[in-house]
Design a protein around this ligand. Sequence first.
Ligand code: ARG
Length: 489
Amino acid sequence: MSSSQANNAASAPSHNQLDTKAQAWSALFSEPMSDLVKRYTSSVFFDKRLWQADIAGSLAHAEMLAAQGVISAEDHASIQRGMAQITSEIESGAFEWKLDLEDVHLNIEARLTQLVGDAGKRLHTGRSRNDQVATDVRLWLRGEIDLIGDLLKELQISLVDVAEQNVDVILPGFTHLQVAQPVSFGHHMLAYVEMFKRDAERMADVRRRTNVLPLGAAALAGTTYPLDRERVAKTLGMEGVCQNSLDAVSDRDFAIEFTAAASLCMVHVSRLSEELIIWMSQNFGFIKIADRFTTGSSIMPQKKNPDVPELARGKTGRVVGHLMGLITLMKGQPLAYNKDNQEDKEPLFDTVDTLKDTLRIFAEMVGGQLNPATGKKEGGITVNAPAMEQAALKGYATATDLADYLVKKGLPFRDAHETVAHAVKAATTHACDLSELPLTVLQGFHPAIEKDVYECLSLRGSLNARNTLGGTAPAQVRVQLARHRARLA
Ligand code: ARG
């Protein structure tokens, strides 16, 4: 139908079908909505992405209405037939979405009525768009959370792969971005695995509270029809039924919780991004990321810019912004449904899109892409182990080890700390590493120092010595790797 036909239909409503939304509540209204108000209030051009959830919810509702004897078996069959046709129309792109019909719900219901007549009009028995939209968003988000769970798993596997290849590679560990102590690069990667593991757990937790059925709350107070809400929940694979009709139609906690979990996940991506950007800068040169994740400069021919991690860092702000938007949306809303809630969709949709794209791209950028010919992943980050080790040798990263050595010789830690400070000062003066100071010089700081000190002053000795649960000793890192591998299998 052309837009002029749609407008005609608005001014001369047909009695058989719902052509425009004016007819959803028509008789009371003496003038049509202005085009500006229509555009302002309609959501169809973004909420149409809920169509599958909308149809699934309607089919479950219709099935239950028939089982309860509220509609006939014939009407139920007609609704099923109509929805099957609508599904194929939407899938093929033939379905005509109409701004006039405000949202996905009215568009689909109008088409159903066009296709199957009165049976279509009976579908809305015992239901309101208020419980319908809440159901649709929950169903849709549940599916997206599952996809996000898969992507989080892939990203963790990529990080574990890189960790496994780099257990024995030594990186300067930083605090305050100053060289602190040597750490295994594998250990460093596994720190991010822990973060994304918690993100996956949070997503699973949000899913539990999302997967609860509002349908049957109707507009706000429940309904006079003998609905079997538990049956609908079961049909839709939902874990329970919202127990208060007012809360059912107005609650958007699940959207806020999801966006909070997504924000935190993006913050983790952003931290990783920041490290990748630093590590691939010329002054560090610790890693390279594949060219396809970088761009050149239009003026400086030598440049390869880390656009993907930079954008991810930037998009974190966008997702955190959506969290602020959603949480502010709910502030001050009285019970029950208010049209404000229509504003939940764009931030939620954009959060999902941004997070999914980001996780997908990071899994590939970090771990590489599967080459079907070799069955191996290729093109992940390239690690420059000598550069990392060289950098670890620069900032007296084993000073703590020397202090620990003296403690084992009987010095109180505070005294050992002071003694080592003198040694570091001497090494700075000689422009050499602690391990390069001759034994006699070291013994000048404390007579208990013996030849075996050089073992603990080496990067590898320092690493191996941190052999406690969760520490960076390669033996510990391998224990953690095995734990993650088993968990992610
Ligand atoms: N498009 C609306 C939304 O997204 C559907 C619910 C409308 N309900 C209403 N009473 N106007 O929230």
